[in-house]
Design a protein. Sequence first.
Lengths: 226, 230, 376
Amino acid sequence: MKRLVKQFEQQTSHNVIVSYGSSGKLFAQIIHGAPFDLFLSADQELPSKLVALGHADSSQQFTYALGRLVLWSADSNAIDEKASRLKSGDYTHVALANPRFAPYGRAAIETLNALGLVVSSESKLVQGENVAQAYQFIHSGNAEMGFIALAQLYGEGLDRLDKRRQFHGSKWIVPDALYSPIRQDLVVLNRGQAKQIAQQFFDFMRGDVATSIISKSGYSVSTNHD
Amino acid sequence: MINFSPEDISAIWLTLKLASTVTIILLLIGTPIAYWLARTNSKMKGPISAIVALPLVLPPTVIGFYLLIAMGPNGFVGQLTQSLGLGTLPFTFGGLVVASVFYSMPFVVQPIQNAIEGLGDRPLEVAASLGAGRLDQFFTVVLPLAKPGFITATILGFAHTVGEFGVILMIGGNIPGETRVVSVQIYDHVESLAYGQAHTLAGTMVVFSFVVLLCLYWFQSKRGGQWSMK
Amino acid sequence: MNEPHRGDSNKKASGISTIDVSLCLDFGGGSSPPFSLAVNVSLPGAGVTAIFGHSGSGKTSLLRSIAGLERKALGSVVVNNENWQNSTFFLPTHKRSIGYVFQESSLFGHLTASGNLRYARKRAKKRTKGLSRKVIEIMGISHLLDRFPSQLSGGERQRVSIARALLTEPSLLLLDEPLAALDISRKREIIPYLELLKQNANVPILYVSHSVDEVARLADHIIVLEQGKVVAEGAVQEVFSQMDVPFSLQEDTGVLLSGTYKTHEPEWSLSRVALSGGDLLVAEVSATVGADLRVRILAKDISLSLSAEDHSSILNRLECEIIDVVEKAEQSMALVKLQTGDDFLIASITRKSLYRLGLVKGMHVWAQIKSVAIVQ
């Protein structure tokens, strides 16, 4: 996100302030009158709800990124290219975000379902409130492995040649076929004051520069905009 | 009418179980600590008081974060538990108990400590002059005279554990029947926009806590408050 | 008066041995000036020994140290040949056979009076049958037993405290200014109980006080403390009749004499008391013929006359010989020590009169005594 904002600010010399938080909380704030101009969600459902409730217009909503699910372990030997240990059940805890309301958590359950592992893994599931917490469980070693967003690993130096920090751990990028797409939508809010600049940002996010940054950060970019 | 899902009921039972266990443990280990702090002249009194009071100052997420690391397989607590054959504590009820004991300790220790300090030396000197040794003095004089402090400690310890959220969130893993306590369950209802269920559960907890506190304060006032030396 | 005076008092009475105390304790610092308690005495193992001094003289600290309540006290305490404390050993308070009565009664508020008594009884090192009943009777508290301390008056609480201390059947009873926190009427109410206590308890009693009256009434033996040091020690009558009286006694300088009750003079509501040097007439007291009485005569109540003539309203006149005279150049008053029979009197008169009458050692004079107190 920071890179996108920096890029936009350089291009347009407008100032952008970002408020980070869980999508659910931000949603609650927005419907109670928070003065944001745009909302970038981790899912599609919440922006659609905002449109339905009249806080945004459907023409001002699109999918800016597709989340990619990854099975990750802090232990470099735990996961091979076939994720054998996951399939054989050779672990004590597997972490994921809460499937009840976190899209990556839902995707993780779908994956387990597709692999026929839901029943066998049920007692070993450990839920974080969001992928950040799932990440913490895995990073601290308390869960041998878990499902997180690929984008989270990009801070770990997967794509960069960072000589100071060596990539540690092991991963398995979950094939897209095993879970329904994690659509992350953004929407321009009716209540926002800076309508013109908001429109500029909206267009910027659909443009090539933004798309390139996004796909290099561990996301896919959808080719058709809904 | 109040309609609880089975998960809600399980969460309530778990919370009560946790709060009771933690309160009892804290009364047992907190009392000697409070007694020592109340009566010692050692130079360690300051540092130990500060350590006990730490959870009052630190944000729960900070405590939870460090506990997660310390109790994990690479942390010193985790290595200890593993060497004892207990595995690691996060994601277990035992882990919640340990974390809550640490987190609720000042709420139990401080009221007891204050009550014992308030007694001064005289009751113990009198007891000694009548032939009571240290342990005897504690059970026959300190305990009855400091009773209000113990009651306050019990109330606060219990209530604080029931309301605990941040720490449990960090190390619980939200496992139904094991670590999914009411505070987390309410949070989940809110996050998934199930506001109706959130209201029901949260409202019930408020009423329950209020009734418990009312009962305990009534019980305390009935006893006529603090006994003193006359 | 640099040396403590030791009287050869009834030290080895009744075969009970002594209470030997040799203690040092450092005090103060901070807001109060530091001082040291340094005491080396051998107290009788029977009767009432008063520890007398002004506040700050260290008397309470001495008592507490004997009880083992001052951990920092260094030295030795031997009671009845039992080692309570020395350089290598410290017997904790709860193992010392003591009964302690504090200045503010300090009854357990969460127990009734009888609860407090039972607390002591349960932990007594030995239990003589019938003692509870006897003690309750002597201290007159049987009607108070079911009350809580908050329902008792100050005097009643002290009586219960004394009873409680007695029920531990101690080898030594320690009373720390038990009357200090009470008003005059309460004090008067309790003193008879203390006298009863003295007569009935077979236990040596150490009684801390700053009241000369209490000491005069109750004590057999006295040690006087000033700034943590013993400045006088001995049988109470002797110490009181010392000429170089310790500072603390000065305002109430006077003597204690032993007398015997002789007769009544009912038409005048007077009683006659025989002293070794003559008879005294006092306000009527109820006593039996031959009973022992303790008589107190303050120095300021004695004037001296050269003649035997009976021309004044003062009834009591004793023939005496001047033993000693103490006067100071810049002071108006002088003290004259007199002997009458086997007893001593101290008179306080002006220096002017001393010279006018030419009073010197060896002279025979008449002591006119304006006021006599019978101190039971």
